[in-house]
Design a protein around this ligand. Structure first.
Ligand code: C5P
Length: 445
């Protein structure tokens, strides 16, 4: 787990820094926030301290003397936090970075705690500009950003959209997920992404990653060292050599989960039904066809899995007897198929998971009615640690879309029968996958 120093400057986007502080803390990182005076106007230091559990750094000399020169009223700071923090951190992120702080960084100034910390800091660093489009387009800002790049900063370009001032154009701070991805890449040793040679044996990092292929940096990814098992896609249940029963699942959610888990540092096994998607990089894929094949593949990997997410749309039934030859229509008005139940893989896993809390299990439920009631029943009945429910009729949710709208259920609501329920807004499946995985990792004991 990494030590992240998060610089926050005066911008309406400062509220997004709360999400960063919260997400990183939940993922197990230690986050220390340094606010400029202007940032304190938008979000109080107490907010960040509450989110991170770490002291929030603010003014370098908090007790300005009422009478200039009155040393008794203006004691020296108890510790030289800017130097200590700079030596402590594995990663420095400034988000949002105002035009003003970018100019001060480019000029090498150290006129407040944040810029003094930045000047003393020598590790990987990420700058996330956020400002009005004209301020961003101003040649002075452009030049200052180029200078920052020369100084070794990774600059995350702002997004386009409607800005707080009402103008439209580039200037919006990227969403927290994008910043978290860029931060994970830097922690993994550079902008080219994580090393591919897996966990190192050097133990937890004591020293800061120095860019490039630092072996210890990889250990900072939030799912490093964990085995993640994901099921995805539909199953196909043959009727005869040419026909089968299936459903509309495309596998997009499961593939996003597998790809995201690998990106977050996990060793990932993806058990996939037949889909038209490319295999995610760095993931062990086991291709299966029927529910029984999927069950077999899951039972091979489940015991070793720390996090299991079953996003597959498994066929509940299969034909009792598969016809050995193509079923002919000639002379038939109807045919009767006898269907028998397939094994419920999720329920099997729920009954078998380790009871010390070190193995967490997440199921998905797609419903067309009584979403929460049905999902709550599955959460309890299949002994899951999380159940992600989506309503097929909700716009942007369900099969074949690149987005999802979900309700997340976890045990531990107001009473034993009632789960804890959260309704999450529409988001793309990769963002959702990352959020779910970080949550699941946090649920592990
Ligand atoms: O009961 P229902 O099929 O709606 O439950 C959905 C959840 O159970 C999903 O996580 C799905 O992957 C899993 N499941 C399973 N094996 C089955 C049926 C569903 O693992 N036979």
């Amino acid at each position: 787990m990494a030590r992240i120093l998060l610089g926050v400057t005066g911008s309406i986007a400062a509220f997004k820094a709360c999400h960063l502080a919260s997400d990183w803390t939940k993922a197990g990182h230690t986050v220390r926030v340094v606010e400029t005076a202007a940032a304190e106007r938008f979000v109080t230091p107490l907010t960040f301290t509450s989110l991170t559990g770490e002291p929030t750094r603010t003014a370098m000399f908090p007790d300005s003397p009422a009478v200039p020169g009155d040393v008794a009223a203006n004691p020296a700071p108890a510790t030289i936090n800017h130097v200590k923090d700079a030596a402590w951190a594995d990663l420095l992120v400034v988000a949002p970075a105002s035009a003003d702080v970018i100019a001060r960084i480019a000029a090498g100034m150290a006129d407040d705690t944040l810029t003094a910390t930045i000047l003393a800091y020598e590790g990987p660093k990420l700058l996330c500009p956020a400002m009005n489009v004209h301020m961003y387009d101003n040649p002075a800002t452009r030049r200052n950003l180029d200078v920052c790049r020369d100084f070794g900063w990774t600059v995350l370009d702002p997004a386009s959209g409607t800005l707080a001032c009402g103008d439209t154009g580039r200037g919006r701070m990227p969403e927290p997920e994008e910043i978290e991805r860029a931060a994970a890449t830097l922690l993994a040793g550079g902008p080219d992404g994580p090393r591919e040679d897996g966990p190192q044996e050097n133990g937890p990092q004591e020293s800061r990653p120095q860019g490039g292929a630092d072996a210890q940096a990889t250990a900072s990814l939030p799912l490093m060292g964990l085995n993640v098992l994901v099921t995805a896609g539909p199953t196909q249940e043959p009727l005869d050599p040419v026909r089968y029963l299936t459903n509309h699942s495309t596998g997009k959610m499961g593939y996003a989960l597998a790809a995201s888990a690998a990106e977050l540092g996990a060793h990932v096994t993806l058990v996939s039904g037949p889909v038209a998607l490319e295999e995610p990089e760095g993931v062990d894929v086991v291709h299966v066809t029927t529910a029984r094949d999927m069950f077999e593949a899951v039972s091979d990997s489940f015991a070793a899995a720390d996090i299991t997410v079953m996003a597959a749309a498994v066929g509940d039934f299969r034909v009792e007897e598969i016809a050995p030859e193509k079923i002919k229509k000639a002379g038939r008005e109807s045919i009767t198929l006898t269907l028998v139940a397939n094994p419920d893989i999720l329920a099997w896993a729920g009954g078998r998971k380790r009871d010390d809390g070190s193995q967490v299990l997440c199921g998905f439920a797609m419903e067309t009615e009584h979403l929460v009631r049905n999902a709550a029943r599955k959460l309890a009945g299949k002994h899951c640690d999380m159940l992600v429910a989506n309503d097929l009729r909700e716009p942007g949710a369900g099969f074949a879309t690149d987005t999802n709208v979900v309700t997340v259920l976890t045990p531990g609501g107001p009473d034993e029968q009632t789960p804890h329920i959260e309704h999450w807004d529409l988001m793309d499946k990769t963002t959702l996958a990352k959020r779910l995985l970080l949550r699941l990792a946090a649920l592990r004991k």
